[in-house]
Design a protein around this ligand. Structure first.
Ligand code: CAO
Length: 466
């Protein structure tokens, strides 16, 4: 009997193992499917803690996004000063600037002098308790603080160390870089603007915010890989690389030049020869469907009374009907995309005669009814007042204790099971005490010692000699 029992137990244990293995196979190693309502089971990056050593725009864009996705972001700032943007482009005296508040939502702030021995002690404690360090200091600055990759990796081998730099390894790797430098070095400026004019930078912050987005993706991927390997890694997003990635289609065109002129550029229709590098293409569309910006009713006084109009080939007939040129539907001079290419300037001038009789919103309505792709040139005022953007949380009103209510751009990435709420940016050092106590577990006596050392406060200003 005892023997039988033993055997039964063995079989049961084996079958349990099989069930376990089978169920693992069934769920692909993932936990059971949540039964909670979508949006009620936490956030995508819950449990991830970020040591945010970023400043200005590129780095803060990245960590703000991670905070919206649920990470606990602890922003380390220099005592007394903080992120330099707090005091840049100030519009409300005594309050953090919009430059700062709009890039640092959902974060906590601690002030630490990273070069003070007690400051280093706090930083090491943060390195041990965080999953990711994100920084965008000038090249070498992190090393000069003593926070080399070797030191960080030894202190916390699981930590991901993510950096924005202006350039990757190469001749410019030591350079300090701001937005427009990156736009120029990444190929955007040389391909933006009109052929007869100088290179132009664009209003979209593709160097700063664009690179911050690239870095955020690298961080999330590194955290995913860490689930398998158990270790952290370095993640680098160089601003030149980020801009070039966004200018990918222009490097495409550079290579197409070898095969002959770029026929979709209006320069081709105007019989202007191409040189040996991609020219500026004004408002030509980057794809194979010709497009241009056209005046609408009121353009004489309203600088934004314009519309982007795309003469997409499949909707050529409705375009002809709308603008009152029905014969162009069958006229061999206009009926095919190839026949139209050399006449784009004339065609757009004719379409503009029509758009000038309507507001940009009337053009939008009429064209969309027949599937013609058009884009009204929306001013920032119009965007700020657009009810649908408020409804989706893309434009959000936030309350701030020192500046009152202001508008910001919320999380542009909408997830059905990780809902972002936008909370205000922290005041300088607002969370220093709670981080020392609750996150790092320092005792009251240790906190007093660290604070007493001056590592967390601004050096007192020396009195001026009489
Ligand atoms: N405690 C003590 N020192 C601190 C500190 C802290 N909490 N935080 C920063 N510092 C120190 C740094 O250690 C550095 O000192 P050293 O030069 O002695 O090493 C110093 O502050 C200045 O840092 P920085 O060189 O990064 O700042 P900067 O204003 O001179 O340059 C920028 C700014 C943006 C040009 C440079 O950081 C950079 O090139 N970053 C990488 C590219 C980037 O992100 N550019 C986008 C900026 S947004 O347009």
């Amino acid at each position: 009997m005892a023997k039988k029992n033993k055997k039964e137990k063995k079989v049961k244990a084996a079958s349990k193992r099989v069930v376990k293995i089978k169920s693992k196979k069934l769920t692909n190693g993932l936990p059971k499917v949540s039964t909670k309502a979508f949006g009620k089971d936490g956030k995508a990056l819950d449990g991830v803690r970020i040591l945010d050593f970023t400043h200005v725009q590129s780095g803060p864009t990245c960590t703000q996004l991670l905070a919206w996705l649920g990470a606990d972001v602890i922003k380390v700032e220099r005592p007394g000063v903080g992120d330099i943007t707090r005091g840049q482009l100030v519009d409300v005296k005594g309050a953090d600037s919009l430059y700062f508040t709009m890039l640092n939502h959902n974060k906590r702030s601690i002030t630490i002098d990273s070069k003070h021995p007690q400051g280093k002690r706090v930083l090491d404690a943060l390195i041990k308790s965080c999953d990711v360090l994100v920084e965008n200091f000038a090249p070498g600055a992190l090393d000069r603080m003593g926070l080399t990759w070797e030191h960080i990796h030894k202190t916390n081998p699981r930590m991901v160390v993510a950096s924005v730099k202006g350039f990757g390894p190469g001749p410019y790797e030591d350079c300090k870089v701001y937005e427009n430098v990156a736009q120029c070095a990444g190929g955007s400026a040389s391909t933006t603007g009109f052929r007869e004019g100088p290179p132009l930078v664009t209003g979209a912050q593709i160097g700063d915010s664009g690179t911050g987005l690239h870095l955020a993706l690298g961080i999330v991927a590194a955290l995913y890989q860490r689930n398998r390997t158990g270790r952290g890694q370095k993640v680098l997003a160089a601003m030149q690389d980020g801009v070039l990635n966004l200018c990918r289609v222009k490097l495409r065109d550079q290579q197409r030049l070898k095969a002959g002129p770029l026929t979709e550029y209006s320069q081709y229709g105007e019989n202007v020869p191409f040189g040996d590098s991609v020219p500026r293409a004004g408002n030509d569309s980057g794809g194979g469907q010709p497009g241009w910006i056209l005046k609408c009713k009121g353009w004489e006084t309203d600088p934004d009374a314009y519309i982007y109009f795309i003469t997409q080939a499949p909707v050529w007939e409705p375009i002809c009907d709308l603008i009152g040129e029905p014969t162009w539907k069958t006229d061999p001079e206009y009926a095919t995309p190839r026949a139209r290419l050399p006449k784009l300037k004339k065609i757009f001038a004719r379409i503009e005669d029509w758009t000038k009789t309507k507001t940009k919103f009337e053009v939008m309505e009429l064209c969309n009814k027949v599937d013609i792709p058009v884009g009204p040139i929306l001013s920032m005022k119009e965007i700020a007042e657009e009810p649908s953007l408020r409804k989706t949380g893309t434009v959000v009103e936030v309350d701030h204790p020192k500046r009152g209510k202001y508008l910001t751009v919320g999380n542009p990435i909408k997830m059905s099971d990780s809902i972002s709420e936008v909370t205000r940016s922290p005041l300088l050092g607002e969370h220093t005490d709670e981080i020392l106590k609750d996150v790092l577990g320092f005792k009251a006596s240790e906190i007093a010692e660290i604070k007493g050392s001056g590592a967390l406060s601004a050096p007192e200003k020396k009195e001026k000699a009489a």
